[in-house]
Ligand binder design. Structure first.
Ligand SMILES: Cc1cc2nc3c(=O)[nH]c(=O)nc-3n(C[C@H](O)[C@H](O)[C@H](O)COP(=O)(O)OP(=O)(O)OC[C@H]3O[C@@H](n4cnc5c(N)ncnc54)[C@H](O)[C@@H]3O)c2cc1C
Length: 400
């Protein structure tokens, strides 16, 4: 392996965990993918077994806050692990990393009651979070339009509204809801709040499951009809929802991008396997320039996204991240996955779009990556605005 200088102990630790995660993914998760692709209710026992194996192997919740059992403190270091984990779409739930953003949000902004009632059970695997922001009647790209309302009376929040495309809905035990706590004319910066609602609260209902491109990825629509929860279920302070959302999205976008990078690498590996298969050798595919072009495009997309993610992670670690680094990293990771899955499918021909390889399933994730956690257009628009604004007051952008 390429090694230029003495590696510090935290990088050595991240590399060794990344190797273990890769082995676990290759030996225990990928062989089970065909079964895991079925509805979760029928594969519950496989998930549970793999989760307990991940826990026993010391690979559960590696990026949880250190005080809650996490082993890695830096997002930049965690990239090495997250990309290995991301090589299959099923890893996040098995390694507990689909709850990492919630763990950090609750640890940082939760009341004592939230830590005890939601965070601690989540860390031990007894509670599962979901996040309700997007609404059926409003554009998810514009949080200012959120209509779900919450009002405080007699020590309780009264919540009414509807959310959709909420992930993990089939197993979540609580939802962090982004709700309007000030009138429609109040400034966005202090009109929204995040409140935690246990899934067994009267008035909370799962209206329906929503499949994504023909597959159940565990999204659904939920409603709140006169739901009441204690005042202490407020995350952060009243009106801090917009700030909390930016914190959540920043880390969430980057973690998701790291996983997508892993999936893109898997596509490239599958391309490599295909090109050296007997059938490809017979057709002399490795000698075709257009085939070579696919490899170069995929390599370039992955390598550049990887570097952009690393830079954004470094900024978050140093607590000086701006939307520019994070959004561009997310755009690049999503593009890398789209290019890689598309090229891999092309090289596999008909098999690529069948269920005989994981590629069709990966391409579903790739397509969704341009929409979830902020649509590509919304990210481009806000990042472009910031860059143009930057030059109002500065004459040179410094890349660090
Ligand atoms: C797999 C998956 C999982 C998800 N999980 C969750 C979850 O757990 N919790 C949750 O709350 N939500 C979740 N979502 C919803 C997701 O966050 C939203 O879909 C996303 O924010 C976009 O909102 P929207 O769908 O309402 O699209 P809209 O905001 O209506 O955007 C639709 C289109 O309008 C155009 N557009 C929008 N803004 C601009 C702009 N500024 N400039 C130019 N064009 C623009 C773009 O073409 C855009 O694609 C998930 C979605 C998916 C697909």
């Amino acid at each position: 392996m390429f090694k230029t200088r003495q590696e510090s102990s935290h990088i050595v630790l991240a590399k060794s965990l990344a190797e273990k995660v890769r082995k676990f993914v290759d030996e225990l998760i990928i062989p089970n993918e065909p079964q895991l692709n079925n509805d979760r209710s029928s594969t519950f026992h496989i998930h549970s077994e793999l989760i307990s194996q991940a826990r026993s192997a010391g690979l559960w919740g590696l990026f949880y806050p250190l005080s809650y059992g996490g082993k890695i403190a830096s997002l930049e270091d965690y990239l090495l692990i997250a990309e290995q984990e991301g090589r299959t779409e099923f890893s996040a739930a098995i390694f507990g990393s689909d709850t990492v953003v919630d763990a950090h949000m609750l640890a940082k902004f939760g009341s004592k009651a939230i830590l005890k009632n939601f965070l601690e059970p989540m860390i031990s695997g007894q509670a599962i979070p979901s996040y309700g922001m997007t609404e059926p009647e409003r554009s998810g790209s514009i949080p200012a339009l959120i209509t779900t309302s919450a009002s405080l009376a007699n020590g309780s929040w009264l919540i009414n509204g509807r959310k959709w495309f909420v992930s993990n809905i089939d197993r979540a035990t609580f939802t962090t809801v982004l709700a309007r706590t000030a009138g429609e004319n109040a400034a966005l910066d202090n009109s929204l709040s995040m409140i935690i609602v246990p899934a067994d609260t009267p008035g909370f209902r799962i209206e329906r499951k929503i499949s994504i491109m023909g597959s159940n990825l565990s999204q659904g629509e939920i409603s709140f009809s006169n739901v009441t929860v204690p005042e202490q279920n407020l995350l952060g302070t009243c009106g801090s929802g917009t700030y909390l959302m930016s914190q959540r999205l920043g880390m969430g976008r980057l973690l998701r991008s790291m996983n997508w990078l892993g999936l893109a690498q898997r596509c490239m590996d599958l391309m490599g396997a295909r090109i050296h298969s007997d059938r490809a050798k017979t057709a002399l595919l490795a000698d075709k320039q257009l085939v070579r072009q696919h490899f170069v495009n995929v390599y370039e997309a992955i390598a550049s996204a990887r570097e952009l993610i690393r830079v954004a992670a470094r900024h978050i670690d140093a607590q000086c991240a701006s939307d520019i680094e994070i959004n561009v990293a997310k755009l690049a990771a999503s593009r890398a996955l789209c290019i890689a899955s598309d090229s891999a499918i092309q090289l596999y021909g008909a098999e690529g779009i069948s269920d005989l390889t994981p590629l069709a399933s990966i391409s579903r994730i790739a397509r969704a990556s341009r929409i979830l956690d902020g649509t590509a257009e919304a990210l481009i628009s806000s990042t472009g605005r910031r860059l143009i604004h930057f030059y109002k007051e500065n004459d040179g952008y410094q890349f660090i």
